[in-house]
Write a protein that binds this ligand. Structure first.
Ligand code: ATP
Length: 236
């Protein structure tokens, strides 16, 4: 059984068809990326997977069960968490308050405290800034906080939308290192990225999306070596 699978997934905004029949799979423990140009439908695909958008057609199976159209709060409880594009942190709240919000579906106080400590180990910068207002963090720190907040729900499937967006190259490297570590801890990841090179370098497998459809799929290493991918997404 596939951990996550979409079959013929279609998502539209009114009359605008953004996702036009996407089939993809993610196995438990895999790190899979979805790459493609602006407007290809990557974000829309992720939003349908985490319950922010209901598909018009097709099926989404998570651990073999249909989740299409189920509300986000239910999916978070079942282990699916999204780190949205633009991060969506609460700027007026402190770092620690933001992290606590990430754990809102949980009731295991001791586990939450333990995870908070683990997160501070993973992101020492956040640890130093526990009581700082999140809106005053740098871009990279905000991205770390957004990832940390999603991890506080103890996801089994983490959906990351453009984690490198707007970050300086050094910070992008840092974020990708973190993504690798999260994957090594056993969290399954589906990563949407504009930075195709870094995404493919960190992933096991990749999908290339164009105009709402998957046009290429395969092991990340093969995609990195694919002339079509190189020309269109890796700058020649
Ligand atoms: P990017 O990398 O620029 O974020 P993307 O691959 O994530 O691109 P989507 O954001 O999924 O692409 O957008 C797919 C298509 O759907 C685009 O043509 C976009 O203009 C359209 N779209 C996205 N959101 C809406 C919306 N709320 N209403 C109408 N059309 C939308």
């Amino acid at each position: 059984m596939n951990f996550l699978e979409t079959r013929g997934l279609e998502v539209a905004y009114g009359g605008i068809r953004a996702v036009k029949g996407v089939d993809l799979t993610v196995q438990s423990g895999e790190l899979v990326c979805l790459i493609g140009a602006n407007g290809a439908g990557k974000t829309t695909t992720l939003k349908s997977l985490c319950g922010m958008l209901a598909p018009n057609q097709g099926e989404i199976l998570y651990e073999g069960k249909s989740i299409a159209g189920k509300p986000s709060y239910e999916l978070v409880r079942r282990g699916i968490s999204l780190v949205p594009e633009g991060r969506g942190i609460f700027g007026r709240l402190t770092v620690e308050e933001n992290l606590k919000i990430g754990a809102y579906v949980r009731h295991d106080r001791a586990g939450i405290d333990a995870d908070m400590q683990r997160l501070y180990g993973l992101f020492p910068r956040l640890s130093e800034r526990r009581v700082q207002q999140a809106g005053t963090l740098s871009g990279g720190e905000q991205q770390m906080l957004a990832i940390g907040r999603a991890l506080m729900s103890r996801p089994r499937l983490l959906l990351l939308d453009e984690p490198s967006m707007g970050l300086a190259p050094m910070l992008v490297q840092k974020i990708f290192e973190t993504i690798r570590r999260i994957a090594e801890e056993g969290v399954t990841l589906l990563l949407v990225e504009q930075n195709a090179k870094l995404a493919l370098e960190v992933s096991h497998r990749g999908y290339v999306m164009e105009s709402g459809k998957i046009i290429l799929a395969g092991p990340a290493r093969e995609l990195l070596g694919n002339p079509k991918v190189q020309q269109a997404y890796l700058g020649g």
